[in-house]
Design a protein around this ligand. Structure first.
Ligand SMILES: [Zn+2]
Length: 205
């Protein structure tokens, strides 16, 4: 692609770094911004840098938050004794959309995957185990996708807290193997949380 302007070339180059956006789409987006009032570009870049600079991870559940403890963890309407364990923040959003979970969350930040070199200590697993050990947790609901890595992760956590006074359950598999939670429809996902089964029963299947 030949550019008559270095500034244009640089902007297109940066936008095309985003996933799913090729050079042609990047050029279309940049030209669109050029046709809009300057303020719109400033609002966009301002929103992106504020997000990048000020967004935090909740110190308790590792969900994204504007403050140290996220809205879900600090809400008086949520049951702090029931923790739904998810892979990433998109799963929190998907489950929140179902309005079927009245407890709180714990975001692991991934799944155990020896092939990719991801071990338990690369994830927010130690803080979850600590939380359970320190008491006040009645139930852990495993809501990871039912892939081999998801199952390995569930089982690892289960072993870590086995013998402690906590119930473990897993979401019912209305969701077929390998489906990511994010893509499950709200009704199916909501139902699978309400119809969760004891984790040990899922091992025998
Ligand atoms: Zn939180």
């Amino acid at each position: 692609m030949e550019f008559s302007s270095k500034l244009l070339e640089k902007a297109v180059g940066e936008v095309s770094q985003l996933p799913g956006i090729g050079k042609r789409t990047a050029l279309r987006l940049v030209l669109h911004l050029l046709r809009q009032p300057k303020e719109q570009t400033q609002t966009l870049t301002g929103a992106l840098s504020a997000m990048r600079n000020d967004l935090k991870f909740c110190e308790s559940c590792h969900n994204l938050s504007d403050v140290a403890i996220c809205e879900i963890c600090s809400s008086v309407h949520r049951d702090k004794e029931i923790i739904c364990v998810v892979e990433d923040i998109r799963d929190v959003m998907a489950i929140e959309n179902t309005a079927s979970h009245k407890g709180i969350y714990h975001v692991l930040g991934g799944k155990i995957s020896p092939i990719d070199g991801v071990g338990p200590h690369d994830l927010n697993i130690p803080s979850l185990v600590e939380k359970v050990k320190s008491g006040g947790v009645k139930e852990l609901i495993f809501a990871l996708s039912s892939t081999m890595e998801g199952d390995t992760t569930n089982f690892y956590i289960f072993r870590q807290i086995q013998g402690l006074d906590v119930k473990t359950s897993t979401i019912a598999r209305g969701i077929s193997v390998g489906d990511e939670l994010e893509y499950a429809d709200e009704i199916t996902l909501g139902r699978s949380i309400l119809n969760r089964i004891p984790f040990e029963a899922s091992l025998k299947q």
